[in-house]
Write a new protein. Sequence first.
Length: 377
Amino acid sequence: MKKIQMVDLKSQYEKIKETVNASIQTVLDTNTYINGPEVYAFQKNLETYMGVKHVIPCANGTDALQIAMMGLGLQPGDEVITADFTFAATVEVIALLQLTPVLVDVDLVNMNISIDAIKKAITPKTKAIVPVHLFGRAANLDAIMDIANEHNLFVIEDNAQAIGANFTNRKGEKTKVGTIGHVGSTSFFPSKNLGCYGDGGAIFTNDDALAHTIRGIVNHGMYVRYHHDVVGVNSRLDSIQAAVLNAKLPLLDQYNSARQNAARKYSAAFEGHENIIAPMICDVCDCHVFHQYTLRIVNANRDALMQHLLDHEIPCAIYYPIPLHSQKAYKDSRYKEEDFPVTNQLIQEVISLPMHTELEDDQISFITKTVLDFFNK
C-alpha cells in the first residue's frame, strides 16, 4: 500500500505533468508573468465552467473575499454576519476593513451557517451575510437569499472549499455555488479541489458594475495605467499559476467525482456505527465536493482516536479546534457561550480523514478498519 497522505498532490501531478509543464513553459518562453494571456484564458474558461458573467482572478482566496467586500462599498461599522465555525480568513477580512463581524452558530447536520441564527442576528446595522460552504457542502442558499432580499442585504459567498459544487434551488434548478449571491470568492491554494502550485484566488459576480469596480481594485485601482480611479490593492493571479489552473480546470469534475466516490466508500464502512456520524451523501451528490471528509465522533474520545490514527501513520486533522468567537483576535463581549451550542459541540467531535483525488481502495480500507478497530479495542 502506498503511504497515506492527507492530500496527495505529488501523485496528482504525476498524471498531468506533461500538460502542466508545457503550460508553464509557455509562460517562461513568452515572459508574460503578470496579466499575461494565460490569466485571461483562465478567466474565460472559469466563467464558462461556473456559468457566471464575470470572473476576476486575484492573488489568493483571502484577498478575494476582502476585495469582494471592498467592491460592495461597505463602510466601517457596518455589520456582517458569518459563521463561527470556519477558518479565520472569513472573519479576518471583515475586521481588516473595520466592519463589524457578527459571528453566529451553525447547523448541526450540515455544519454550515444556521438560518435561524442569521435571522436572530439581524439589526439595522446589518449590511451583508457571508455563508461559508464548509468542507465542500453547499449552504442553504434559498433561505439565505430570502433573508437577504427581505432585509436588503448583500450575500457574499465564501466558496474557498466548494468550487464545482452545485446548489439545487426550490425550483429544481442547479447553479454553481459561488455564483448565486451578489458576489462570491474562492481560493486556489494547492490543497483545494482546484489548486495551483502557489497561491491564487478569484471573485465571481453577475453584476456588471460590481465586476468593473473589482477589476480596478485588484490592480491598484487602475483601469488605465497610472490613473487610479478607486482605492485598490495589489492582488493579481500570476501567469504561471493561471497556466497550472488552466491545465487542471478541465479535470475538476473528475477530481470532485473521485472525492465523492471516496466519501461514499468511507461512509459505507461507517454506516450505522453508534459512535460515528458520517457526512450525508445524497443520491447525485453534487451539492458536496468533499474538500474535507469530516466525521463527528459521539460518546467516545475523539482525541484518542486521532492519536490512534497517527500511531498507525494515518494523517488526520481537526478543522476547527477553536471557534472564532473564542479566538483572542475576535473575542467580543457581545458573544455569549450559550449563543454557540452547536459550534462548541462540533469542536469536541469533528475529525477529518485523508481526502484527495488519488485515494486508493486499499488505503480507504486500511483507514476505515483502523478507525473501527479503535472502537473495538
